[in-house]
Ligand binder design. Structure first.
Ligand code: ADP
Length: 248
């Protein structure tokens, strides 16, 4: 999140920029074809498309977990393709928080320890990591569950722990991959409300989903099909000015 950073986020400063991104997998599958995408600080957007359209590939590339075969990715002003693996890992740890459909919590340790994992590479002392983890759990409404282990939590609570872990380091971008995919509808709605609230507080969030209903709840939709962006509700004009193509 940008809420406590030393300078206020500007409405138009890009967190991530993809330019002409193409991804070919060995074996000849082209999963992305010339994708241009800019995510500005403070945005809340859906990347939406059917199964096989390239969403996971796009998530991996935006999250710098994978590199494109052509095109450029800029994260927080850094050209990702020019960085060593070590520098890229550090950049990712500093700037991006991940939330996955299947939570990926560490079993057998408390919610608070799970959230503190999100600060492992922060350089903060252990006691401070735990203090911030407790605060993040309070933020997501789980202040009374800090000592619970993952198997003692409901699906919705697990996802809120995962969200707390992803945002505890105040990343510039939160990437949520089908965050409600494993939840019943009431827990899913609570998770989407939390995502909205975090965005209101300044977090920049991209939700990857196949579910058009979830996508339509968010202020911006980027639709992807066969590896191409086929619609972006915040499409930019020739001078980089945002143009709401759905408002015409
Ligand atoms: P989605 O997340 O929208 O379901 P993916 O990004 O997973 O889409 O997949 C896009 C295309 O790339 C699909 O045709 C898929 O089969 C292919 N693909 C995904 N990952 C790999 C991989 N590691 N190797 C080869 N092909 C892949």
């Amino acid at each position: 999140m940008n809420g406590t950073s030393s300078h206020a986020p500007q409405a138009t400063s890009p967190v991530v920029e993809l330019s002409g991104v193409t991804k070919e997998y060995p074996g000849g599958v082209t999963a992305l074809r010339g994708v241009d995408l800019t995510i500005d600080a403070g945005e809340l957007l859906a990347i939406v498309g059917p199964s096989g359209s390239g969403k996971s590939t796009l998530l991996h590339i935006v999250g710098t977990l994978d590199l494109p075969t052509a095109g450029q990715v800029t994260l927080a002003g850094h050209d990702v393709g020019r960085l060593s693996d070590r520098k890229l890992s550090a950049l990712r740890a500093q700037h991006i928080g991940f939330v996955f459909q299947a939570f990926h919590l560490v079993p057998g340790i408390s919610a608070q320890d799970n959230v503190a994992e999100g600060l492992l590479y922060s350089g903060l002392p252990r006691a401070e990591r735990h203090r911030r983890a407790a605060r993040a759990l309070e933020r997501v409404g789980l202040g009374d569950r800090t000592g619970h282990k993952p198997h003692e939590l409901s699906g919705g609570q697990k996802q809120r722990v995962a969200i707390a872990r992803a945002v505890v380091g105040e990343p510039d971008l939160l990437l949520a991959d089908e965050p409600t995919g494993a939840l019943d509808s009431a827990s899913g709605e609570a998770v989407m409300r939390l995502i909205h609230d975090l965005n209101q507080e300044g977090a920049t969030i991209a939700v990857i989903t196949h579910d058009t209903e979830i996508a339509e709840m968010l202020p911006r939709q980027v639709r992807i099909r066969d590896g191409q962006v086929v619609h972006d509700s915040a499409a930019r004009g020739p001078l980089g000015t945002p143009v709401r193509s759905d408002a015409r």
